[in-house]
Design a protein around this ligand. Structure first.
Ligand code: GLC
Length: 643
């Protein structure tokens, strides 16, 4: 079908929702604008399925009609405002509602805390119904729309999203797009033998095809869910389960699955979600003989979702949860004809992993090498900058970069695991290992930011200098993401220097998943004593709060400033500049336990020193330079403003 065919198709169909009737022409306009690529991608993924394409067009019309007027108007406002998500004002926090505030209404009551801290972008972890037993923190979904009773009712959620809109808080929620739980209605029907729903998943009567897949598929949870297929006795078939055995992978080579999931995506958007986090999106397309990650078809499928949103809810954007190799991540912003048609946001997983590398090695060489070799992202794409999230910290570096530094990739990774996971007596870090694979030696790291950065051990030993160092490192790491280009996202509790939470070990449904160590309950007692507190939690809170305030006062740290990475020849330091035509901030971070120096005349030439002195905005300290050198104290963070 070509563009004029789209017009013909639309000719006979008028919108029935009277509240939207004045907005009706928008649907036609948007469909026409996106039609060519939509049509192309659909035909490429689903050749010869014209009827399904017609169903898609019908569905788009009904989804457009179902979008509440208030959100339609917000879409228009956002389209008018350009890339609203690139405004510098956003500062994010990620949290589990049950662990932060018990319930959705409890969260509403806690908004003043978040507002005081300066948070206006929230990633709430999965909220919908899930199996009673193990459910991967809600990433095994029984429903895409019904709120799990543990959090409250659907009305509570709708009330909350309304409140967020009033207050200008941006809401991000997951769309678990790659799999459902094994209790989801489609899985139940498949289990009962319904062939229609068996074709919604990858199910096979014997091991022939599973074995062909297995030859090239890596394992995501090798310790707890080895292999990628599970045998389901009730249907006497094998089903693909790349993550946990109770998470069944959806079969997107079936266009009906795409159509159904589009409905679920739109329903989420229509509840008032602003940013949809596409969970595990690198895994969306599977092909025998490949790792079934980052395949070109996965990119086309994501673009198809994006184009459909463009028609029915263009104010809603997508975050790519692609924790993959550095060169692969940036592709999720869309390249070639898909540029601007995939995800607006992506996790800056490379920066995240390299920051932890810099802490452990006290060197920024791998950080520089990785960042400098990243292909530029398209201008309409933005990073989510974070130092850790609810998941593990993977060592997602490019082995070639490690080799170029003269290190052995295997040995380097082993060192990092040893350093963070309590296998080196001298290391200040107190983390745990996640999914260690004894065959390959691979593993990932879990732990709260504060525990990984030495605070837990320092509190145990009571050494004042170790405490001070831990606090400095926590502030240093946050100060970097708060000065970086994109949206900073803090994990709830890290702003209070929360330690590891070991309570998961007593819960049989969680004990084998050490990621729960870094998902602590929010410590409201600590919050209550912040005003009088002088302890590490209060220090970290005060400094992070003031850095957030500074970020807002300095538009150059937001969308206005471009980023320039500066190589100084000192491999303990990270220096980057955020620069606009009229303003600039130089960020200097020392990852070493010794004082390091920067050439003062170079800094003065760039305009960051005045009358031979500096003014560090992060702690209001002022000082002179000596012998032509700016001294950067151990683990110090400096933000110097252009004079
Ligand atoms: C994503 C989530 C992770 C979950 C996985 C499977 O990676 O961040 O927590 O286990 O998807 O849904």
């Amino acid at each position: 079908m070509n563009q004029s065919a789209a017009h013909k198709w639309l000719g006979g169909k008028r919108l029935s929702n009277p509240r939207l009737s004045d907005l009706e022409p928008l649907f036609e306009k948007r469909l026409a604008a996106n039609f060519t690529l939509l049509d192309q991608l659909f035909q490429e993924l689903y050749p010869g399925r014209e009827n399904d394409f017609s169903s898609l067009l019908e569905r788009l019309a009904s989804l457009f009609r179902a979008r509440p007027r208030e959100l339609q108007l917000q879409d228009l406002q956002r389209l008018g405002a350009g890339n609203w998500y690139q405004e510098g004002k956003w500062v994010g926090m990620q949290l589990y509602v049950d662990r932060f505030s018990a319930s959705l209404s409890g969260l509403e009551a806690r908004l003043p805390y978040l507002e005081d801290l300066g948070i206006n972008f929230l990633h709430l972890m999965p909220l919908t119904r899930r199996p009673k037993g193990p459910n991967d923190g809600g990433y095994a979904v029984n429903s895409y729309t019904e709120i799990d009773p543990r959090y409250g009712k659907t009305e509570d959620f709708l009330q909350l999203t309304e409140r967020f809109r009033e207050k200008g808080i941006c809401l991000m929620l997951d769309f678990v797009v790659n799999h459902t739980s094994d209790e989801f209605s489609w899985a139940e029907k498949a289990r009962q033998g319904d062939p229609k729903y068996q074709a919604y998943y990858y199910t096979y009567p014997d091991r022939t095809i599973p074995d062909l897949f297995e030859a090239h598929l890596p394992e995501i949870f090798p310790e707890t869910a080895p292999g990628n297929f599970s045998y389901i006795p009730e249907m006497d078939r094998w089903v693909m389960t790349v993550f946990n055995t109770y998470q069944w992978d959806l079969n997107y080579s079936n266009p009906e699955v795409f159509l159904e999931m589009l409905g679920n995506l739109a329903a989420l958007a229509n509840q008032g979600v602003d940013v949809v986090r596409f969970d595990a999106l690198a895994f969306l397309w599977k092909k025998i003989g490949t790792s079934s990650q980052n395949l070109p078809e996965a990119h086309k499928l994501i673009a198809l979702f994006r184009l459909c949103l463009q028609v029915v809810a263009p104010g809603v954007i997508i975050l790519a949860e692609a924790i993959v190799a550095p060169l692969e991540i940036v592709k999720y912003f869309g390249e070639g004809r898909l540029e601007g048609n995939e995800c607006e946001l992506a996790y800056n997983a490379t920066l995240m992993a390299c920051l932890w590398d810099a802490i452990a090695t006290k060197k920024t060489s791998l950080l520089y090498k990785s960042l400098l070799s990243l292909p530029p992202k398209p201008p309409e794409g933005s990073w989510i900058n974070y130092i850790r999230c609810h998941d593990d910290i993977g060592l997602g570096f490019d082995d070639n970069h490690i080799r170029q530094l003269g290190w052995d990739p295997g040995a380097h990774r082993r060192f990092l695991l040893d350093y963070y996971c309590q296998r080196l007596g001298w290391s200040p870090a107190k983390g745990a290992i996640f999914m260690f694979n004894p065959l390959t030696g691979d593993g990932r790291i879990t732990g709260s930011a504060a525990s990984l950065l030495g605070l837990e051990k320092a509190l145990e030993t009571g050494q004042a200098d170790a405490l001070d160092t831990a606090v400095r490192k926590i502030v240093l790491m946050h100060g970097i993401i708060l000065a970086s280009e994109g949206i900073p996202l803090i994990y709830a509790g890290d702003e209070l220097a929360a330690l590891n939470d070991y309570s998961y070990l007593k819960d049989a449904d969680k004990a084998d998943d050490s990621r729960w160590i870094n998902r602590p309950y929010h410590d409201w007692k600590a919050v209550a004593s912040l005003k009088k507190g002088k302890g590490p939690g209060a220090q970290v809170f005060g400094q992070i709060r003031s850095l957030i305030g500074l970020r807002r006062q300095l538009p150059v740290l937001g969308a206005a400033g471009k980023t320039h990475l500066h190589l100084t020849g000192n491999d303990h330091l990270l220096l980057f500049e955020r620069r606009s035509e009229t303003d600039g901030v130089m960020v200097i971070a020392n990852f070493d336990a010794e004082v390091q120096v920067v050439n003062a005349s170079w800094l003065a030439r760039l305009g960051y020193l005045a009358e031979g002195g500096y003014h560090n905005l992060t702690d209001h300290s002022r000082g002179k330079v000596q012998s032509g050198l700016l001294e950067v104290p151990p683990y110090a963070l400096m933000w110097l403003q252009l004079h």
